[in-house]
Design a protein around this ligand. Structure first.
Ligand SMILES: *Cc1c(COP(=O)(O)O)cnc(C)c1O
Length: 407
């Protein structure tokens, strides 16, 4: 028989969200009368803007005509879409041939892990989006878990005490550093000064940063950088990944992109961009052409303003949840809210309580599903992540119930 990939044997707890879903299902089974509202997973809820959906529908119908049909497209993405992404989001900081269209940022993380292989040293923010570590475990780059964490992974705690920006001195030379801003789960958006420190550290220490900017469109503070390439020196040390999932509601449509600058080199002086092109052509045939037609529509003026409206909708939910968590019942329990209004998430500390206990309490007393912070890493213990992805009416109802919660 064939031996199991040892990476899988090294995976520890199940993926966070299936466990959240399991507890929700079990609760629903035992309480069939409960109407459960989710402020849990980061899944978009609002319908696609008509303009964007119509572009995809028109493209799909076009496929049934001789003029409109297309088969395999360019492996690295529709040329017009690459050009428009470069122009809209990078404006001189990256060129079209440094933009690679993808079927989503999560899938790009997996392919990037094949690019760097099993020998690379990893550093992640703690807490972090679970895919960075679990994906590294699967490809064998993380090694074994000794109960405190994986041997090949350096954890960079991000806590209220350090303003959610880590002490970089713990990171080993030549590490692959996963960095997400605005952050999932903490909601923290790093400042320019902080990202300058990150880029300088990476350049001095032979590190490559994988900068996850999936939430960039939620940044409403004009002083905050929206891409790592706003920082001088990033072109020699950073890859950026991004996605239409959160700003355009493309979580199900599937479309994202990566930026790999031509100035980025491996230790032997070869081009990372060239190998990444090779990964695209060998292991991937790019995103669906229908999704790419939707991406083009997103970047039209009408699409851009429609995306902004949807994000405003979620940010209004953030405001509602924030206000509720400032209530007397939470204040008395010493609950602290970390939310800067530049992210769809609220990161909330319940001092003296365990994350899963707070999760179970809120599920039981309010029938509201949240996400336990400890699932994102040890530094997330005692925290709960509230997600603002939901219909206003549901969020309002969840807030009414939370306002009556006694802690
Ligand atoms: C949702 C999310 C993504 C987007 O993933 P897709 O595969 O593009 O849907 C990427 N990074 C983080 C941190 C996310 O929360």
């Amino acid at each position: 028989m064939i031996k199991r990939n040892t990476g899988f044997t090294h995976l520890t707890a199940g993926y966070l969200f299936p466990e959240v879903a399991r507890r929700r299902r079990e609760y629903a089974k035992n309480h069939p009368e409960a109407s459960i509202i989710s402020l849990g997973v980061g899944n978009t809820t609002e319908p696609l803007p008509k303009f964007i959906a119509k572009a995809m529908a028109d493209y799909a119908i076009g496929l049934s005509t001789a003029e409109g049909y297309s088969g395999y497209g360019d492996d690295c993405g529709n040329a017009e879409l690459r050009r428009k992404i470069a122009e809209t989001f990078y404006n001189g900081m990256a060129d079209a041939d440094e933009i690679f269209v993808a079927d989503g940022a999560k899938c790009d993380i997996a392919r990037l892990q094949t690019l760097f292989g099993s020998k690379v040293q990893i550093a992640v923010q703690d807490p972090a989006y679970p895919v960075y570590v679990d994906g590294s475990v699967i490809v064998g780059a993380a090694g074994k878990n000794n109960g405190k964490g994986y041997k090949g992974v350096t954890y960079m705690p991000c806590t209220p005490e350090n303003n959610f920006f880590p002490d970089l001195s713990v990171v080993k030379k030549n590490s692959l550093i996963y960095f997400c801003s605005p952050n999932n789960p903490t909601g923290c958006a790093s400042t320019r000064e902080e990202l300058v420190r990150l880029v300088d550290f990476a350049n001095k220490n032979g590190c490559i940063i994988i900068f996850d900017a999936a939430y960039r469109e939620f940044i409403r503070d004009d002083n905050l950088p929206k891409t790592i390439f706003e920082i001088a020196g990033a072109r020699t040390c950073a890859i950026e990944i991004n996605s239409f999932s959160k700003p355009a509601g493309f979580t199900g449509v599937r479309l994202g992109w990566s930026v790999v600058p031509k100035d980025l080199k491996f230790a032997d002086g070869t081009s990372v961009n060239a190998d990444w092109t090779r990964v695209q052509t060998t292991l991937f045939n790019c995103a669906s052409n229908i999704a790419q037609a939707g991406g083009l529509a997103c970047l039209e003026p009408e699409g851009l303003s429609a995306m902004k409206e949807v994000i405003d909708y979620y940010l209004e939910n953030v405001r509602l949840i924030h206000k509720t968590l400032e209530g007397e019942n939470f204040k008395k329990a010493g609950v602290q809210i970390y939310s800067t209004g530049n992210s769809p998430y609220l990161w909330v500390k319940f001092p003296g309580m365990k994350s899963w206990d707070v999760f179970d309490l809120i599920l039981d007393k309010c029938n509201v599903v949240t996400t336990p912070g400890s699932g994102f890493g040890p530094a997330g213990e005692s925290f709960i992540r509230f997600s603002s992805f939901g219909h206003h009416a549901d969020v309002e109802e969840a807030c009414r119930r939370l306002a009556n919660l006694s802690l």
